[in-house]
Design a protein around this ligand. Structure first.
Ligand code: ZN
Length: 73
């Protein structure tokens, strides 16, 4: 199965104090929350993840979208 056949889940990337991105999503397979890390770069590493419940195929994490309402000059 190609990555683009997978479900993209919804979630909000949050950057921790250590600079590491995490996201909490609702699993489309089991309905529970799963958390994933996105590294510590300028933007989080999205893309394919295996679901924590090990359901078939996993899913795609959403790309980070900056919340423009929080931008300041
Ligand atoms: Zn799950």
């Amino acid at each position: 199965m190609a990555d683009n056949d997978l479900i993209t889940v919804k979630g909000q990337w949050v950057r921790g104090k250590s600079g590491v991105w995490t996201i909490r999503v609702i699993c489309p397979f089991c309905g529970k929350h799963h958390s994933h890390g996105g590294g510590d770069g300028d933007t989080p590493y999205a893309g394919h993840r295996a679901s924590d419940c090990a359901s078939t195929g996993g899913y795609m994490l959403p790309e980070y979208v900056q919340d423009q309402t929080q931008e300041r000059d």
